[in-house]
Design a protein. Structure first.
Length: 339
C-alpha cells in the first residue's frame, strides 16, 4: 500500500508539511513495488489529489521513477473505469501514433466472437521490454479506434531495434513495438478510451509529474539561497516560488473539479489542455531561472541535478507547445468566450 506519506511529499495544499517514508530509488525498484500499491488511486473517485500528489512526489525525487509509475497507475485506473479486473504485474499505456506506422485490430474468426488480434507497429512504447502487459490503442475495421489489453510476454510481440539516445529519461527507452497477429482483449467499446472524461484526467496526471520535477529544481535553488546571502538568488527563488504556486493551484483546482463529477468530456478536454499548458510553461521557466541562478557548476558536477534538468526537458515535451495552444484555441473558438 502507498499513500502520500512519502519523503519530500509534494502537496497540492498551500501550507502542508512534508511527511517521511520511502520513495523507490530506481526505475527497477519502482517496477518491483508498484504492483503492490493501493488500487484505489483512480481519478474522479475522491482520490484525485492524492494520486497527483503521489506522482508529483515521485517526480520531485526522480522523474525517471515517476515516468515509469505514471502509466502503470493510469492503466489500472482505465481498467477500473472499464470494469475489468487488473490481472496484476506491471502495465504500460501505448497510445501514441506516428507517421508511417499503425496498429490494426481485427477479429479472429477462428475464435469466439470477442476474439481480436493486433497487427502492426506502435511507436513510443515506454519500457516495453520489461513490462508484463499494456493497454494498446489500435485502428478498427470500421475506421474507429479501440483499446486492447495485451500480454507483452507472448510470442508475436517484438521490440523494434531502434537506438534510444536521449540524455533525459535515459532509463525509460520508448521505442517501437511490432505486433504480429497478437491476441488482445477489448477494453471498453469502440472509441471509449478517447471519449471518456478519464482520458483527460490521465493527461493531467502527467502534468503532475512535470510539476514534481520543477519542485525538485526549486528545492535545489532553495538550498543554495539558504546557504548564501545573495540578492539575485533570492530574486530567482521568489520568482520560482510564485511560478510553482501557479502550477500547484492549477492542479489543485483541477483535482477538485474532477472529484466533483461536474465535467463532461468537452469540459474535461479544456481543463486538461489549460492545466498542462500552465504546468509546462512553469517548468520551462523554472529550468531557465534555476539555470541562471546556479550557473553551470551543478549541471556539470552534480549528477542528481543534471539528471533532473535533462529528464524534465525531455518529459515536458509531451506538451506540444504551440500546437497544443492552437488546439486549445480551436476548441475555444467553437464555444462562447469563457472569460
Amino acid at each position: 500500500m502507498v499513500g502520500t506519506s512519502l519523503s519530500g511529499h509534494v502537496s497540492l495544499s498551500p501550507f502542508a508539511t512534508p511527511a517521511v517514508a520511502d520513495v523507490p530509488g530506481t526505475v527497477e525498484e519502482a517496477l518491483r513495488v508498484v504492483p503492490t500499491w493501493s488500487t484505489d488511486l483512480v481519478p474522479g473517485d475522491g482520490a484525485t489529489a492524492r494520486l497527483w500528489e503521489l506522482l508529483a512526489t515521485l517526480g520531485a525525487a526522480d522523474l525517471g521513477v515517476a515516468r515509469a509509475v505514471e502509466p502503470h497507475l493510469d492503466a489500472r485506473a482505465i481498467l477500473a473505469q472499464a470494469g475489468i479486473p487488473d490481472s496484476g504485474g506491471t502495465w504500460g499505456v501505448f497510445a501514441a501514433e506516428g507517421p508511417g506506422v499503425r496498429v490494426d485490430a481485427g477479429r479472429d474468426d477462428a475464435e469466439r466472437d470477442d476474439g481480436w488480434r493486433l497487427r502492426g507497429t506502435k511507436p513510443w512504447c515506454s519500457l516495453a521490454g520489461v513490462l508484463d502487459s499494456a493497454l494498446v490503442t489500435a485502428h478498427l475495421p470500421d475506421g474507429g479506434r479501440g483499446l486492447f489489453a495485451v500480454d507483452l510476454r507472448q510470442s508475436g510481440v517484438r521490440l523494434v531495434d531502434q537506438a534510444w539516445v536521449s540524455r533525459g529519461l535515459a532509463e525509460i527507452p520508448s521505442t517501437p513495438v511490432a505486433f504480429d497477429d497478437v491476441p488482445a482483449t477489448p477494453v471498453g467499446g469502440p472509441g471509449w478510451y478517447l471519449e471518456r472524461p478519464g482520458f483527460w484526467w490521465g493527461g493531467i496526471g502527467v502534468a503532475a509529474c512535470w510539476f514534481g520535477g520543477a519542485v525538485g529544481l526549486g528545492r535545489r535553488l532553495h538550498a543554495e539561497a539558504a546557504r548564501r546571502d545573495d540578492p539575485l538568488l533570492a530574486m530567482h527563488l521568489g520568482a520560482v516560488d510564485h511560478r510553482l504556486e501557479d502550477a500547484r493551484r492549477a492542479l489543485a483546482e483541477a483535482a477538485a473539479l474532477v472529484d466533483a463529477h461536474t465535467l463532461g468530456a468537452p469540459e474535461g478536454r479544456l481543463l486538461a489542455k489549460r492545466v498542462r499548458a500552465t504546468v509546462a510553461l512553469v517548468c520551462e521557466d523554472v529550468v531557465t531561472r534555476v539555470g541562471h541562478a546556479l550557473g553551470p557548476a551543478p549541471l556539470a558536477l552534480e549528477e542528481e541535478h543534471a539528471k533532473r534538468v535533462a529528464d524534465l526537458q525531455v518529459y515536458v515535451r509531451q506538451q506540444h507547445a504551440e500546437r497544443d495552444d492552437a488546439s486549445l484555441g480551436t476548441a475555444l473558438a467553437s464555444r462562447e468566450a469563457p472569460w
